[in-house]
Design a protein around this ligand. Structure first.
Ligand code: LLP
Length: 453
């Protein structure tokens, strides 16, 4: 985070709190979130899209994609910065509701939302449900109709659920295959060709109100070309479908990339926002239609860079690379259970000694975790001072998004706490699991002993 700096002794502090104090109070590994930085990213992104939209006389809504990381505290920060919240499961929905997010400001995603998830969303009055399939259209239509009937007891339609339809623009974003979603052969949404029939069906159902189309082309995307191309294609379909009824919204998803290491060079959000909105405006002009209200759903770009994971070094071990010299394996007390991204996507991170400056010459290191497989890598390729030693704290930046949320209990490892720092104050926003939490799930263990983390 921007607030990370070294004090006079070379110790790193984040949000005004020294890492030694964080270790003493909360232990390691520890997820640290810089509140001011989350808020700054949220408001910068919101302003970027608002300005780009205003330049063309329209409006932009920004939903925070909670899948990147969601807790009630974070939901409050982003909503205070003017964002709405996008959820994609019952659990995320409940967190947003518990945080006091107005249901009308929640969007609900998913390719296989269950009946009970849809019922809950309709019951609380979620502002927009993003429909993903023909089956879901019927399912939600019936649920919304039932709620209307239950409400006024007359059998007439007392409740209308607002929906979007998720469409694949066919644009293949340049990112890891698992993160790209808008090409045809994958599970999300409907093709451009199939969309008109589905739209017609939605419009026949009195308990549903179609507000517009949705498209998300993938994640961790650096350039604007894919977004702009996808936006133009969506507007073309939007223009065609507008002839059959009003269509005030267009949601273009998230996916804006961030820098994980100095090798990453994402386009600044202001530039992305204006090229996407310009592409929409251009296509609307060609089609002779008004520009719809736009919506976006960034997750990573809001929270990724505001997070740092602190680990403690346990062992170091030089391994010979033959003629290519030597690599120092630095083992830390976490690993793939708290950050699955290197193992899942080959993601690159960086690391620094956090508890002190370090004095040795830069040595080639691989930071690895404590799990029982060789793919358990935290930072694949890094140079650290060669005097890195057991007891040192390592900081791995840019772990705010998709780290805690993708964490697991692999090897019976309790999940680590998440601590927010701001203005010199640190507080737990998600408590860590204890070994008792884990042991208590084992039906063969009668009364777990009290164990420390
Ligand atoms: N909207 C929809 C419909 C999505 O599916 C996603 C991400 C987003 C918004 C937010 O995307 P973002 O702005 O955060 O890139 N686990 C992977 C990322 C999976 C993203 C899934 N969908 C990772 O760790 O990189």
């Amino acid at each position: 985070p921007a607030s990370a700096r070294r004090d006079r002794d070379g110790e790193l502090e984040i949000g005004g709190v020294g890492v030694a104090a964080l270790r003493a109070r909360f232990g390691t590994p520890l997820y640290v979130l810089d509140e001011a930085e989350v808020r700054a990213h949220a408001s910068r992104i919101k302003a970027a899209f608002a300005q780009a939209a205003a330049a063309h006389g329209t409006k932009a809504r920004v939903y925070y994609a909670g899948k990147a990381f969601l807790s009630t505290e974070v939901a409050r920060w982003v909503t205070e910065e003017g964002l709405r919240v996008d959820v994609c499961s019952r659990g995320e929905l409940e967190v947003a509701l518990a945080a006091g997010v107005k249901p009308s400001r929640i969007g609900f995603h998913g390719n296989n939302k269950s009946v009970s998830e849809l019922e809950r969303a309709v019951q609380v009055g979620v502002g927009s449900i993003i429909l993903d399939s023909a089956i879901e259209i019927e399912r939600l239509g019936a649920i919304a109709e039932r709620r209307g009937t239950e409400r006024n007891g007359t059998g007439s339609h007392g409740y209308v659920q607002r929906v979007l339809l998720r469409v694949n623009s066919g644009v293949h974003a340049e990112t890891h295959d698992f993160l790209a979603t808008a090409h045809e052969d994958q599970k999300f949404g409907t093709s451009l060709e199939a969309a008109p029939a589905l739209v017609e069906r939605i419009r026949e159902i009195p308990s549903l109100q179609l507000r517009g189309l949705h498209c998300h082309i993938g994640s961790q995307i650096f350039g604007s070309a894919g977004f702009a191309e996808s936006a133009s294609r969506l507007v073309e379909l939007h223009a065609e479908l507008r002839e059959g009824g009003e269509l005030p919204m267009l949601n273009l998803g998230g996916g804006f990339g961030i820098a994980y290491t100095s090798a990453d060079d994402p386009t600044p959000i202001e530039e992305l926002a204006s090229s996407i909105v310009d592409a929409v405006a251009r296509e609307c002009e060609v089609r002779g239609i008004p520009i719809p209200t736009l919506a976006f759903e960034p997750g990573r770009a809001v929270i990724g860079q505001a997070g740092v994971t602190l680990y403690e070094v346990g062992t170091t071990k030089p391994v010979s690379l033959g003629e290519r010299g030597e690599r120092l394996y630095v083992s830390v007390d976490g690993g793939m259970s708290d950050n699955a991204r290197p193992a899942l996507y080959g993601s690159q991170y960086s690391a620094r000694i956090a508890s002190r400056e370090g004095t040795g010459e830069p040595a080639l290191v691989r930071v690895v975790g404590s799990h029982c497989e060789s793919g358990d890598i935290v930072v694949d390729h890094e140079y650290l001072p060669s005097d890195v030693t057991p007891g040192d704290l390592l900081a791995v930046p840019a772990t705010g998004a998709y780290c805690h949320t993708l964490s697991s209990n692999y090897n019976h490892t309790p999940r680590h706490p998440v601590v927010a720092v701001r203005d010199g104050v640190a507080r737990v926003i998600v408590r860590g699991e204890t070994l008792d939490d884990l042991l208590s799930r084992d039906a063969g263990i009668a009364a777990p002993r009290k164990t420390e983390r």
